[in-house]
Design a binder for this molecule. Structure first.
Ligand code: CP
Length: 311
């Protein structure tokens, strides 16, 4: 079923931001309206864009899920994509990110999606460009589109956020997913807890820490995080097996979870490290559901920014 623009989809709440940079910027009304739109899209109610748009995806860090699902979302909405390959671009000659984006804007690109290793890289861009920018991950800052697809997945499961016990567990310090989800979930009324080895705790996040043994018993949603080896200066203090036994979701710990609890993970997964291999696709895992939801949520976001001009 094809909807006409503005027919059923939300008008959006507070149409003021023409970028999606941080979950700190979104109020609960806007988050809920995006979830509602993505739900409609998941049921086949695909919105139609008024005109032909062109977007460019600039991934300066590796990605499978985010980049591919943004590409799939563009295909389904009829958005044309420019092929930007960082290592073949003039950024290798020293061109700044700002000049790269201004160049794409001058060429006629309607929207950019950027993943970059620098925390808050977007601060230098957001007030100086006139096309929408979607943050697809900034260093260890935030990953707002991952958070929104995670929120869609939780909402599909429980129909609410209020009073849910959500434990985000693992390499908290290096995780942009942890930050975006903690900000958003607490704003939506969930009880947010963190679980991490001492060296990967982040004191700037105002949430209580629990052990993994407490986490499995108390959580409605247990959100495991990838151990981000590429952001560590040195080897882990533990072998993979030691980490798994001390801080991971083992087969034994999963047995102590509540019947109704679910397991999430943004992926890619280190099987056998933060989560037992067998649990990645177990009955209570929503890991591949999250990936499917990424396409629906990114369609909702692209539609909102291109058609309405604001999130
Ligand atoms: N979850 C996530 O961001 O995965 P990718 O790094 O593969 O995009």
């Amino acid at each position: 079923m094809i909807l006409q623009p503005n027919e059923v989809l939300h008008q959006g709440a507070g149409l003021t931001m023409n970028h999606l940079l941080s979950m700190k910027d979104l109020n609960p009304e806007t988050i809920n309206s995006l979830i509602e739109e993505a739900e409609l899209i998941s049921k086949g109610k695909v919105p139609e864009l008024r005109k032909k748009f062109t977007a460019a995806y600039l991934f300066f860090e590796p990605s499978t899920r985010t980049k591919m699902s943004f590409e799939m979302a563009a295909h389904r909405l009829g958005i044309s994509l420019l092929n930007f390959v960082p290592e073949h671009s003039s950024s290798t000659k020293g061109e700044s990110l700002y000049d790269t984006v201004k160049t794409l804007e001058a060429i006629g690109t309607d929207l950019v999606v950027i993943r970059h290793s620098e925390d808050a890289y977007y601060q230098d861009l957001k007030d100086r460009i006139s096309i929408p920018l979607i943050n697809a991950g900034d260093g260890k800052g935030e990953h707002p589109t991952q958070s929104l697809l995670d929120l869609l997945t939780i909402h599909q499961e429980f129909g609410k956020f209020n009073k849910l016990n959500i434990v985000i567990a693992g390499d908290i310090f290096h995780s942009r997913v942890a930050r975006s989800n903690a900000y958003a979930l607490s704003k939506l009324g969930a009880n947010v807890y963190l679980s991490a080895p001492d060296i990967w705790q982040d004191d700037s996040l105002p949430y209580d820490y629990v052990s993994m043994d407490e986490a499995v018993e108390m959580s409605d949603v247990l959100m495991m995080l990838r151990v981000q080896h590429e952001r560590h200066g040195s080897e882990m203090d533990w072998t993979k097996e030691e980490y798994h036994q001390m801080y991971g979701l083992t087969l034994e710990r999963e047995k102590r979870m509540k019947d109704t609890s679910i397991i999430m993970h943004p992926a890619p997964v280190n099987r056998g490290v933060e989560i037992a291999d067998e649990l990645v696709e177990c009955e209570r895992s929503r890991i591949f559901k999250q990936i499917s939801n990424g396409v629906f949520m990114r369609m909702a976001i692209l539609y909102r920014l291109l058609e309405k001009g604001a999130i």
